[in-house]
Design a protein around this ligand. Structure first.
Ligand code: HEM
Ligand code: HEM
Length: 217
């Protein structure tokens, strides 16, 4: 069978099936369908951002057989989509408050933001870094950076972002069991190592595919 099918199945299992199974089998008490749907979407969007490392040249060896230009297109579309979802995640958290009595949504958000816990502080910093990742990608041409410098900036931002976001998710997530935390640590750690390895052994060159990337950015 085509190697690409095996690899796609492995990615599907690691980034979608396992997170969903761990979510379902975990012992977090079930809440209203609205709250559970918000949690699940947030978790899957986070796994989508972890996948970004594997949809880049950091994962060059496994991506042999695919056209890099197509992979980068997927990387961009999914990047904007999942950043969009996680950008509104702090606000989505308090949406159910509109349908419940008690604390108002805005008060609930203020309460969350001012807890001062490590879990929330890492979340806030990761959220700001995520916005920087989105803006520096959107305005790449306007930054007047060489492609090489932009990619290093993008790579470093991604590493710091994914470390802080993973700490936030593991510390605050109500659906984080040992297997879920292990999977997050494994996928984030391997993604970072792959990227650092690329920087050490494959100096960045401007690929042909990126000429049309620039046109579409
Ligand atoms: C917001 C939309 C995004 C756009 C438009 C975008 C665009 C790109 C482009 C054009 C590349 C270079 C591809 C290549 O030559 O291999 C790249 C690489 C990369 N991206 Fe993104 N990206 C986005 C979001 C993200 C996010 C959210 C992450 C991490 C969570 C991420 C992680 C990476 C990594 C690790 C690389 C490899 C860097 C390198 O090879 O030096 N990207 N991205
Ligand atoms: C202003 C920034 C942020 C705040 C205030 C915030 C707040 C929270 C809170 C309070 C929880 C616990 C939710 C619950 O008990 O149901 C949570 C969980 C979570 N957060 Fe954030 N967060 C922020 C940024 C982020 C970012 C940047 C990401 C990912 C890139 C993220 C991903 C997640 C995920 C995946 C969960 C776990 C959901 C679950 O287990 O049900 N958060 N966040």
């Amino acid at each position: 069978m085509d190697q690409r099918i095996y690899k796609s199945v492995i990615a599907f299992v690691l980034f979608l099936v396992f997170p969903f199974l761990f979510y379902e089998l975990g012992d977090a008490p079930h809440r209203t369908p609205l709250k559970e749907t918000i949690s699940l979407i947030t978790l899957l969007a986070f796994f989508g951002l972890l996948l970004q490392f594997y949809l880049s040249r950091a994962n060059q060896t496994a991506l042999k057989g695919w056209k890099m230009g197509r992979i980068v297109k997927w990387h961009k579309v999914l990047g904007y989509l999942f950043i969009g979802i996680l950008l509104i995640h702090p606000f989505l958290l308090v949406v159910p408050r509109y349908f419940e009595g008690g604390v108002a949504p805005s008060d609930a958000l203020t309460l969350i933001l001012t807890t001062g816990s490590k879990g929330i502080i890492t979340g806030i910093i990761a959220w700001l870094l995520m916005i920087m990742l989105g803006i520096t990608s959107l305005l790449r041409k306007k930054l007047h950076l060489s492609y090489k410098s932009w990619r290093v900036l993008h790579g470093i931002l991604s590493i710091v972002f994914i470390i802080l976001a993973s700490v936030h998710v593991i510390k605050t997530g109500r659906h984080i069991s040992t297997p879920m935390a292990g999977l997050i640590a494994l996928l984030a750690g391997t993604g970072i190592l792959f990227l650092l390895k690329t920087y050490l052994y494959n100096p960045i060159q401007k690929p042909a595919a990126c000429k049309d990337d620039e046109a579409s950015m």
